[in-house]
Design a protein around this ligand. Structure first.
Ligand code: ADP
Length: 459
């Protein structure tokens, strides 16, 4: 079974971009690659223009065939890059396509960096310091350009910088003269400084992308909450109307002087009115309870309580309902004595009754619901588990399970409910300093658990 605790439902917070495997990290990465993609033509054009300037300027200092060959290879590869990436840049901007673009582009950048690195070594005129300085300027300038263009996607910055700068720096340092060694060191220092700038820009881009992702998640959540409230109001009005109609119908029959109602029928009608009134009251109480739970106004009496007793009570209370649904309800704990928990007895019972009731409601005919409990968290807590053999919960809906009014698509189904039970349970358990979680496997069943702190020992 796959596992999920309510802690894991926590919103992606600062630093969500750190892990690209996290769905939010993936969204941040998508934003970053989009920024990177916007500028993919600029470095190609710059590289081509600079290559022509280099060849023209060095024509008297370096072998012409070497220069021409390099110029052709660099520009053909640049042109091929332009055509290839124009084609794949047009694909839909989903994460997979963007990552494919970024990875391929990084490889192309590395090749281009290598060609510039080769220029640094092959065109290095040993006795002409002015040309050496010129080469250093060109390669350094390209590094600065890489920082500006590739800051959103640092792998491309590294792919350009390392193969283009390192060969020239080595060439300077092996030249032997003091000034050349100094030039090599300066080139490396300059590259490091540019690297720091690129990293800072990357952090800013990342922060911006995180804010943007956070904002769209928030908007999505607000829209969801709004939709859920609207759905809840409409389902509530439906739920309220049914008992109200029944009360009015039977009440009118009793009031209508023109209709002679036999005495025993009058009792039956009155009984129906009382039943419907009770149901109405239940509904209203649940809604009030939710509002109290959400605002932390629940009255709790925390004291040492016996989990064994509470489970026994709950199983006793739910046996009839289980039988009606042809579900076998087992108390695996039996009379086993566990350490006492520090909790509110009635609220713990309420949470367990909700979990058992769900285990029965969302089970199959002839299914099983099992209750058990054990020590947990290194004996600092007690864990109560309610296991069922029902329909399970699809992994895609796990995040919504504790959301108020969310019935995970069962709104139109036959099984009655309001979608508030688990929300209230979570609030109650947390206010008792406990935790709630679940494991579920679609088609096989679910296992809901709560953990309550252990009561302090007497002595
Ligand atoms: P309700 O049962 O009134 O709809 P809950 O808050 O108790 O509200 O549960 C929310 C939703 O979670 C349910 O509508 C159901 O879709 C799903 N759910 C809860 N418990 C289970 C379970 N044991 N097995 C399968 N689905 C469940």
């Amino acid at each position: 079974m796959l596992n999920k605790t309510d802690d894991q439902n926590a919103d992606a917070a600062p630093g969500m971009g750190a892990d690209p495997l996290h769905p939010c990290g993936q969204l941040v990465q998508t934003h970053l690659i989009e920024i990177f993609k916007e500028k993919y033509r600029i470095p190609l054009i710059t590289s081509s223009i600079l290559s022509v300037i280099v060849v023209v300027l060095l024509r008297n200092a370096v072998d012409w065939n070497l220069l021409a060959g390099w110029l052709v290879v660099l520009n053909v590869s640049n042109f091929a890059r332009l055509v290839y990436f124009a084609r794949i840049a047009g694909r839909p901007s989903d994460h997979g396509n963007l990552l494919h673009f970024a990875n391929r582009y990084t490889i192309a950048v590395a090749l281009n960096g290598l060609l510039w690195g080769l220029a640094g070594v092959l065109f290095f005129p040993p006795d002409m310091p002015e040309y050496q300085v010129f080469l250093a300027f060109v390669i350094g300038g390209l590094v600065a350009g890489a920082a500006a263009n590739y800051a959103a996607w640092l792998p491309a910055f590294y792919a350009h910088t390392v193969p283009s700068v390192v060969p020239l720096a080595i060439r300077f340092m092996t030249e032997g003269r003091e000034v050349s060694v100094a030039m090599g060191i300066i080139l490396l220092l300059f590259t490091m400084a540019v690297y720091v700038i690129a990293r800072n820009s990357n952090n800013s881009y990342r922060h911006m992308a995180e804010l943007q992702v956070g904002r769209s998640l928030l908007i999505k959540r607000l829209e969801q909450a709004n939709r859920a409230k609207t759905e809840f109001l409409s389902s509530m009005s439906h739920e309220l109307r049914t008992p109200l109609n029944s009360i009015l119908g039977f009440g009118q029959l009793l009031c209508d002087a023109a209709v002679e109602v036999p005495r025993e029928k009058q009792f039956r009608f009155a009984g129906q009115i009382v039943k419907s009134g009770q149901h109405l009251l239940d509904l209203i109480e649940r809604v009030l309870e939710l509002s109290k739970a959400e605002t932390g106004r629940l009255q709790l009496k925390l004291e040492p309580v016996s989990i064994t007793d509470i489970i026994g009570d709950c199983v006793g209370m739910m046996t009839a309902e289980a039988k009606e649904r042809k579900i076998a309800l087992f108390n695996e704990l039996g009379a086993t004595d566990l350490p006492l928990a520090f909790a509110d007895r009635a609220r713990t019972r309420q949470v367990l009754l909700n979990l058992i009731s769900n285990g029965i409601k969302y089970n199959r005919d002839g299914g099983i619901v099992t209750l058990t409990a054990e020590e947990a968290a290194g004996a600092a807590a007690l864990r109560i588990v309610v296991r069922d053999t029902g329909s399970g919960i699809p992994a895609a809906k796990w995040d919504q399970l504790f959301e108020p009014f969310n019935r995970l698509g069962r709104e139109a189904g036959e099984i009655k409910g309001t979608g508030i039970g688990l929300t209230i349970s979570k609030q109650i358990v947390e206010q008792m300093n406990g935790r709630i979680g679940f494991e579920s496997s679609e088609g096989q069943g679910s296992e809901f658990w709560i953990e309550l702190p252990r009561a302090p020992d007497d002595d």
